[in-house]
Design a protein. Structure first.
Length: 179
């Protein structure tokens, strides 16, 4: 969407046009959902966090200055919402322990030779959050360093460093698959 079209759409949404709001949602929701899903790896959470992100987007739309593309601004809100949601879940789960789940896990059959794709997914999931976010946004979703910097609120150089470190950790985790 061109910046002029974005501004017109924003003006219509802020003017109370429900069809414009639906159009904004329809244009951005699929990619936002995909990014959030790749961050959280759970369909239910991805749907929940996507909806929460758009609630925040519509509530803050009047504050959009246009310094970045609308999509970048929306993805920043979405990424922050997903990360906040994950932190809330981690804090909650740290206080809980399910004995039934522990018993099931102890008896589970773990494959001795998993394929590379599964190992890569698992390695990405194990990355520290600061590295995982940048790896997912850059290498999987194709965002530029400038866009990632705008989404995360980090300097562009920091994003580049985090991507380099994240890739290095992935190479270490997947070293067994290297020829």
């Amino acid at each position: 969407m061109e910046p002029v079209e974005e501004r017109a759409l924003i003006a219509r949404v802020l003017g109370g046009d429900r069809l414009a709001a639906r159009e904004l949602y329809d244009v951005h929701a699929p990619r936002v959902h995909r990014v959030i899903f790749r961050l959280v790896r759970d369909e239910t959470l991805a749907e929940e966090f996507t909806q929460d992100a758009f609630v925040k987007v519509f509530a803050a739309l009047g504050t959009f200055r246009g310094d970045a593309r609308l999509g970048t601004w929306i993805h920043r809100i979405a990424a922050m919402e997903a990360l906040s949601g994950l932190r809330r879940l981690r804090r909650r789960s740290a206080r809980e322990f399910d004995l039934d789940l522990a018993a099931e896990t102890a008896g589970s059959d773990i494959r001795a030779d998993p394929d590379l794709a599964e190992q890569l997914r698992a390695a990405i999931d194990r990355l520290p959050e600061v590295f995982r976010v940048v790896v997912v946004l850059h290498d999987i979703e194709g965002f530029t360093h400038a866009e990632i910097a705008a989404m995360t609120g980090s300097p562009e150089g920091t994003c580049k460093t985090r991507l380099m470190n994240g890739r290095a950790k992935l190479r270490q985790a997947l070293a067994a698959f290297a020829p």
